[in-house]
Write a protein that binds this ligand. Structure first.
Ligand code: CS2
Length: 471
């Protein structure tokens, strides 16, 4: 039996609590923080919080919270042991322990990767959904369930203890993610105690960020391969591509690690970077995920290496997405697109189309629908992205092109499946009525409804690959 990976955790206090300890944060933010501490010091160790399950905590505990990050390059694999975690808490098991950790005087940053749906907001407006069951629960109970609930109750505890607030560092793929999380926190705080909301608004900080690294889910085969490579058994490694980027608005209220020393871009306005990344990367990722899945491709690499989809995605960038974007300082959007194509084609990354297809109702507004709405208003052709939206509808029906069931994961899954009709015009009308997904400009656009109907009809009759080839 090979030895289990293990490290003795540091006794130094943690400066960061991270909510949502998934693979993405462990392969991105945690590594940047670890490197920043190596470069410039500081007590920035991280307490990770799982908001749902015990799995990550149970696997990391015997390893002293250390894990391997395995870089999957086209030419080979490079492991790196990350030991920046100080503890892992499981929120549903002990919410008070999570609040205590967040209210500790040494904690100066609370970062989050809780996925789009974790903010309990309306994707089309960015405002708190006050009817969300977890928000209803958190309004009446001091021990919260939702991420906004934990932020508000921990800030309340800090205010009562006369401690300054922490910086809230949102690391999810939402546009103006700092502004969104600030909005939901203030909305919820106001419902609990208006004076608390005023205190947070005056003293807190919610910098927006753009995060980027492709991190496919770890598989059992990855564990065995890693063990053969390193000679140690790690039950909770993370897999990632070589590329990484983190752009952060330099607006922290209680200090930060020296992230600039390790390549993080600290800027005054992150918006152009967020738009570039969400629309060029995530927008095409989702497009390839729905169309690729329907065409029978298991991964993004398989899809991106299919000549039909390779040409399709380039047309999306050149004709539909780039014309609607203002390039951020220092970025060349044509070069960015080519670099993305190479990242997608990396055969070492087995990123399943099914994984990216998850939660489409939460992802499409910022990834695709904004580009479509702006393109249509400017009189531009957006047929490829319209086809991607139709592919999402077809996917959400729960049946693939061969009649086999699809396991659709989406908070709206049952509602979406119920919208499917034999007549594509009726299906489209049902989807366009979803005000939490479609912005008013698209809901009222008859021309868009007609093009979406034609695309959906084409998908049903001719299939995803043929339709993509015709764009
Ligand atoms: C992907 C992202 O799962 C998804 O929806 O589009 O996780 C993507 O891999 C990352 O945002 C890349 O930075």
């Amino acid at each position: 039996m090979p030895a289990r990976l293990t490290r003795t955790p540091s006794e130094a206090p943690a400066g960061i609590v991270h909510l949502g300890l998934g693979a993405f944060f462990r392969a991105h933010g945690a590594i940047f923080v670890a490197e920043a501490m190596e470069a410039s010091g500081g007590d920035w160790g991280i307490i990770g919080v799982s908001l749902q399950s015990t799995g990550t905590r149970d696997k990391l505990a015997p390893q002293g919270w250390a894990y391997t990050a395995l870089e999957l390059g086209p030419q080979g694999e490079t492991p790196q042991v990350v030991s920046v975690l100080r503890d892992v808490l499981v929120a549903p098991e002990n919410p008070q322990a999570v609040l205590d950790a967040m209210a500790a005087p040494e904690v100066r940053i609370v970062s989050l990767t809780v996925t789009e749906k974790g903010y309990c907001h309306e994707p089309s407006t960015g405002r708190l959904n006050e009817h969300h069951p977890d928000i209803r629960h958190d309004l009446d109970n001091p021990l919260p369930k939702s991420a906004p609930g934990f932020l508000v109750r921990a800030l309340q505890a800090r205010r009562e203890a006369r401690l300054p607030p922490f910086t809230v560092l949102c690391c999810d793929n939402l546009p103006e993610n700092g502004r969104v999380v600030r909005g939901v926190v203030l909305d919820l705080a106001r419902l609990i105690d208006p004076a608390l909301a005023d205190w947070i608004a005056a003293n807190g900080a919610f910098p927006s960020t753009m995060v980027d690294r492709i991190v496919p889910a770890t598989t059992p085969a990855d564990l065995d391969r890693l063990e053969a490579l390193t000679g140690a058994r790690d039950e909770a490694p993370v897999m990632h591509e070589p590329f990484r980027q983190w752009v952060i608005e330099d607006d922290f209220c209680a200090g930060r690690p020296d992230l600039g020393a390790v390549g993080v871009q600290l800027v005054a306005d992150v918006t152009p970077f967020e738009h570039m990344k969400l629309r060029m990367l995530n927008g095409t990722h989702s497009s390839l995920a729905y169309l690729g899945y329907l065409a029978g491709h298991e991964t993004i690499a398989d899809t991106a290496r299919d000549p039909v989809f390779a040409a399709f995605v380039r047309r999306l960038w050149q004709d539909e997405i780039i014309p609607a974007l203002a390039p951020p300082p220092g970025e060349d959007l044509g070069a960015y697109a080519e670099a993305l194509a190479a990242r997608y084609e990396n055969p070492a990354i087995r990123h399943r189309t099914w994984q990216i297809a998850m939660d489409g109702s939460q992802k499409l507004p910022q990834r695709i629908l904004g580009t479509i709405a702006e393109g249509r208003a400017a009189g531009r052709e957006v047929a490829g992205l319209t086809l991607a939206v139709a592919a999402w509808m077809r996917y959400a029906s729960g049946t693939d092109e061969k009649g086999a069931p699809i396991e659709v994961k989406d908070p709206l899954a049952p509602r979406l499946a119920a919208l499917w009709r034999d007549d594509p015009a009726e299906t489209v009308a049902g989807f366009l009525a979803l005000s939490e997904v479609f912005p008013p400009a698209l809901r009222e656009d008859q021309g868009f409804a007609a093009e979406l109907t034609a695309a959906l009809d084409g998908l049903v009759r001719r299939g995803a690959r043929e339709m993509a080839a015709a764009i």
